[in-house]
Design a protein around this ligand. Structure first.
Ligand SMILES: [Zn+2]
Length: 197
């Protein structure tokens, strides 16, 4: 028997698109504990496929929707497109981002901007949060192993990646501590860090 998993998106225009994101096959006349229901590997493939399609649809619609300057209504001019990768708990999704020229009315006619301000290393906050939370409980290498066992986030995750993400969360916490009077010199424990992200 074969299960086909389909993902449908209904746009504000009323248009509907449907994609097949995964297929799961099983023998009909044989069942063992290992073949009953979804495996972890299949669940990771399904989550990654849904995430990739959702991100692709969202970015494409956002690129299309950016037509006029919100201040003066002038047409937004495209400089070109470039590729980036969004890292999330549910895997790494490629993005085709639009780069546009700034508007004369803001004095930015000779500057370009990304249609989505993702930064150089677009990473979901949830992924940083989860990584930092686990890093407060176990060594960086073990965190990478655990993430790889359970989630599609595994792609490219190793001890160095875990350390870098945890340091990023730490820097953000330091900034927020400085913003709160009296917090700047207080040590923030790893457990507090994970709660505050
Ligand atoms: Zn304008």
């Amino acid at each position: 028997m074969r299960w086909s998993l389909k993902l449908s998106v209904e746009l504000e225009t009323g248009e509907t698109n449907t994609y097949e994101v995964a297929q799961v096959d099983r023998e009909e006349t044989f069942i063992a504990p290992a073949s009953l229901g979804l495996s972890i590997t299949e669940s990771k493939q399904i989550l990654a496929a849904v995430q990739t399609q959702m991100v692709t649809d969202q970015v494409a619609r956002h690129n299309e929707a950016l037509k006029a300057c919100r201040f003066c209504g002038r047409r937004v001019r495209t400089k070109g497109y470039y590729g980036s990768v969004f890292k999330s708990v549910f895997g790494e999704a490629p993005m085709r981002l639009r780069r546009v020229w700034g508007c004369e009315c803001r004095g930015a006619a000779h500057r370009t901007f990304s249609s989505i301000p993702t930064g150089e290393n677009p990473t979901a906050r949830e992924l940083n949060y989860l990584t930092a939370k686990l890093a407060a409980l176990m060594p960086f290498g073990k965190v990478a192993d655990l993430l790889g066992e359970l989630l599609p986030a595994s792609a490219g995750t190793n001890a160095v990646t875990v350390r870098n993400r945890t340091m990023r969360v730490g820097r953000r916490l330091e900034k927020s501590a400085i913003a709160v009077p009296g917090m700047a010199r207080r040590e923030v424990s790893p457990r507090e860090k994970s709660r505050l992200v």
